[in-house]
Design a protein around this ligand. Structure first.
Ligand SMILES: Cc1cc2nc3c(=O)[nH]c(=O)nc-3n(C[C@H](O)[C@H](O)[C@H](O)COP(=O)(O)OP(=O)(O)OC[C@H]3O[C@@H](n4cnc5c(N)ncnc54)[C@H](O)[C@@H]3O)c2cc1C
Length: 421
């Protein structure tokens, strides 16, 4: 039976919640720590592919972090997690090709554990926390948040300090918490785009640089590249009125036999201005539109068909030029029927630039999956730089817009916990 009062209550066992828990232990705070997660298995986004980026500004929204601050926390995250950092090769060759196109190839210090390595890390981290006295309650969803207590199925918990770190998928929960606490928030930025899947021989840069981050003019970028044993996956979302839609994503195993494929996202950042609308509502509408045309599934189209202005059909996935089977079963169709023109134009232009830098990526067999949606901007009005929203409540991680990746989320947890003692 769970005790009712906790000195430190953390909602979410993703990297933001973990960062906070380890920092509270490090600071030897007085009082007991409880972590609660609605999932049956810990912990949030470390489960997916687990690429860790250690170079600013990747994963660190610049409005909350200076390069110096992020560097300080990144050193601490790396010292605790000790991930094996990947080597990169031949970068100057790619950079030379980028320059005339005004494309920037970021040099990122990166480690990759893979989905399998991530699961092992989670087990190790949760065991370490439990050994040091932290209570971790899984399969328990927090339903409501108040100034001094939270509600969950079967009862109420009270707290002295509360850290809310529910991740991107917890955006509705975070919004309801902000509404009930009377905290203002901003939600005007989103990323929308496609996931590209290709044969590794058509995107061989991954042998030199595991997750190459290209930034194109027009606020388009490559993101989350996976290779080795790489798979496209879908994430399920429920709209405000209870309908289902999906966003695609990707991950890779580090120790399974390779499948010869690569996938990565091409995302365009959209910042909504006058008349200001909710980025999440906009993303939800696009997700539902894709689900409508895809018969309830994401849409996929071969580059060969897209170029000819044709929709893809089942047959397009069984031809000699269209040589590999998609790793995610989606509906063959026409992404230009569902993607807003401005986003599609910017992404296609960037794809052509990418094909100039890495000739081959626009091979007819390459698949474009739509939609890939990143909902991370529910930015609360913070009281200070520790992400405090009330004297005793903090909101952190991807859900609160203080991070956009594992290391930034972990750093957010450290920064919040530092201000508690
Ligand atoms: C498929 C995929 C691949 C990714 N690959 C990478 C990668 O390689 N590298 C990288 O840096 N980032 C990657 N990311 C992003 C990364 O997962 C996030 O940036 C990171 O996990 C954010 O951490 P967080 O702690 O803020 O949230 P999360 O990790 O999402 O954790 C939030 C936790 O809160 C819990 N929660 C939510 N609401 C409630 C509630 N009401 N009650 C109780 N618990 C609740 C959730 O169950 C979840 O476990 C990937 C994401 C996905 C989906």
């Amino acid at each position: 039976m769970l005790e009712k009062h906790w000195e430190y209550l953390i909602i979410g066992t993703g990297p933001a919640g973990l960062g906070a828990a380890f920092e509270l232990l490090e600071r030897k705070v007085r009082g007991r720590i409880l972590m609660v997660d609605r999932e049956k298995f810990s912990t949030g986004g470390l489960r997916n592919d687990c690429k860790m980026n250690f170079t600013y500004p990747v994963g660190f929204p610049e409005e909350f972090w200076t390069e110096e601050e992020a560097g300080h926390y990144l050193d601490r995250v790396e010292a605790l997690l000790k991930p094996p950092v990947k080597q990169k090769h031949n970068l100057e060759t790619y950079k030379k090709r980028c320059r005339p196109l005004d494309v920037n190839l970021l040099e990122i210090r990166q480690a990759h554990l893979g989905t399998d390595g991530g699961l092992e890390l989670i087990k190790e981290l949760t065991a370490r926390l439990r050994e040091r006295g932290v209570t971790i309650e899984l399969d328990r969803e927090i339903l409501e948040v108040g100034e001094k207590s939270v509600l969950l199925a079967g009862g109420e918990l009270t707290f002295d300090h509360l850290i809310i770190a529910p991740g991107r998928k917890g955006f509705r929960f975070l919004q309801s918490a902000m509404n009930s606490l009377g905290i203002g928030y901003m939600d005007n930025t989103i990323d929308i785009g496609i996931r590209v899947e290709a044969e590794e021989e058509h995107y061989p840069i991954v042998r030199d640089y595991y997750d190459p981050k290209f930034h194109f003019p027009g606020r388009v970028r490559t993101f989350c590249t996976n290779s080795g044993s790489a798979h496209v996956v879908r994430e399920k979302y429920t709209s405000r009125n209870g309908s289902t839609y999906y966003s695609v994503n990707g991950h890779a195993y580090s120790r399974k036999e390779g499948n010869g494929l690569v996938n990565f996202a091409m995302l365009k950042t959209v910042r909504l201005t006058e008349p200001l609308a909710s980025g999440q509502d906009y993303a939800e509408m696009l997700g539902l539109q894709a689900a409508l045309l895809g018969g309830g599934r994401p849409i996929m189209q071969r580059v060969g068909d897209f170029r000819m202005g044709k929709r893809s059909k089942g047959g397009t996935f069984n031809d000699d030029l269209y040589s590999f089977a998609p790793t995610l079963a989606c509906t063959p169709g026409d992404i230009s029927l569902v993607m807003p023109a401005k986003i599609l134009r910017a992404i296609w232009k960037s794809m052509k630039e990418l094909d100039t830098i890495i000739p081959g990526i626009l091979h007819p067999s390459t698949i474009m999956y739509y939609p890939e949606i990143k909902l991370y901007a529910n930015k609360p009005e913070f009281r200070d730089r520790s992400f405090r929203v009330r004297d005793n409540i903090w909101m952190i991680g991807d859900g609160a817009g203080t991070s956009r990746g594992i290391t930034g989320a972990w750093a957010s947890g450290i920064r919040a916990a530092e201000s508690m003692s």
